[in-house]
Design a protein around this ligand. Sequence first.
Ligand SMILES: Cc1ncc(COP(=O)(O)O)c(C=O)c1O
Length: 489
Amino acid sequence: MPRRPEPVRDLAWSPDRARELGEDTVELWVELLARLPELPVSRDFKAEELHAELALEVPEEPLPRGELLRHLRALMFEGSMYPGHPGFLAYISGSGTVPGAAADLLAAALNQNSGGFRLSPGATTIEQHLMRWLAGRFGLPPTAGGHVVAGGAVANLVGLKIARDRARDGARERGIRDGPPLAFYASTESHVIHHRAADLLGLGSQAVRPIPVDDRWQMRPEALAAAIERDLHAGVVPAAVIATAGTTATGAIDALPEIAELSARHGTHLHVDACYGGAAVLADELRPLLAGIEWADSIAVDAHKWLYTPLLGGCVLVRDARHPAASFATEATYIWLDDELRQGVDVAMHGPDFSRGFAAFKIWLSLLAHGRAAYARRIAHDAALARYLGELVEEHRDFELMAPPSLSICCFRYAPGALRRDDEALDRLNERIMTAVMADGRVYCSNAVVDGRFCLRACIVNIRTEAEHLELLLEVAAEHGARLAAAAA
Ligand SMILES: Cc1ncc(COP(=O)(O)O)c(C=O)c1O
């Protein structure tokens, strides 16, 4: 008789135990929401102190409930900074949505693997439907599709992988060595991840041709045309034109209709990095800014930026829903399935991920719980707030506007009269101001480099930011600016 193993149930908690941890967790979440406006947005964290506080020894036995809670509290209230704080205006990092956090819990509770339809029937259905809806907002045709990947870096990589494979027969099997070099074209203001994508795809980062921008930081179409012509002349194959809809530094939107026309003329894949600006398709008054994006072959748009959902949710949308499988499908003997059972889409065959979570759910639940109109209002409000900040900057004698606000970005610098003409000194001073603001706790901004000059940058992708927080940003920056300028004098 084989010895029958006894059950081991330590890890399979009962519903009551799940409720206990769940209630503790929800209590903490609600406390965070209640205290968020009063908490410091960030602090002057020290890595060693945090390590001492948070890096517990992994216990042999379960931590008692009280100790576990103490640890969670320490993480939440002593060891964290808060992108959801109304004063958080840095990078392009959305505040997170309340329904999005709840969705993450339910998605983890279900633990569906949305790599395969049969492992995630509901999740795959929702994700596919959501992506088609989003594609429709961009004006892509009914043939369009898409899926959710980690973030914008991966969403862009997937679009560019499709472009590479369309440009070079057999690239998936033999790489790109059989034939002339391939090139991508992106403005000098485009995000660095396109260089990394070219590197990962075997083209080498230098295959991304830097196209100069005009005085509004938009790619110059005639310079793009010239770069393509130069490459064609040299026997290089243009594989993708990468337009940006909302650059990271200033929020510039490339001239999409002209660029689309140029791409079409050369039969080149048009990829649009709309990781930031893509959200404008949800706001009626901003939608016209993205005219021309409907010609894209692929679009990357990050829900965790201006759709505010919690990290991560990079969406890759494609004009032709067959393209991702053509670029990523592969055979694995262990996932054989009788044709009779085959249903729906297996997204594991559409991108670099095999197993996948249900990241689409936080986007979906947020849209259902808020409704599209609320997004339209908030996105338009963010843009109005950025314009308001621009006006405040222009009115203030010690600040200088570095670029007209675009989308929800405003770039400015502290430039008191005595230093106005000394760009080098202003660069150093504003670097120090940003560092001080980040440690200050009342507000939090980051920087951009505009025309070679260091400036402070607020990007409003935050459901809690209001005019008072922008006023406070200038107050705090001016306070540190005056102190640091006096110290340096
Ligand atoms: C225009 C643009 N593209 C791509 C990215 C990269 O996105 P992610 O950080 O989600 O990978 C960013 C990040 O800010 C961005 O601004």
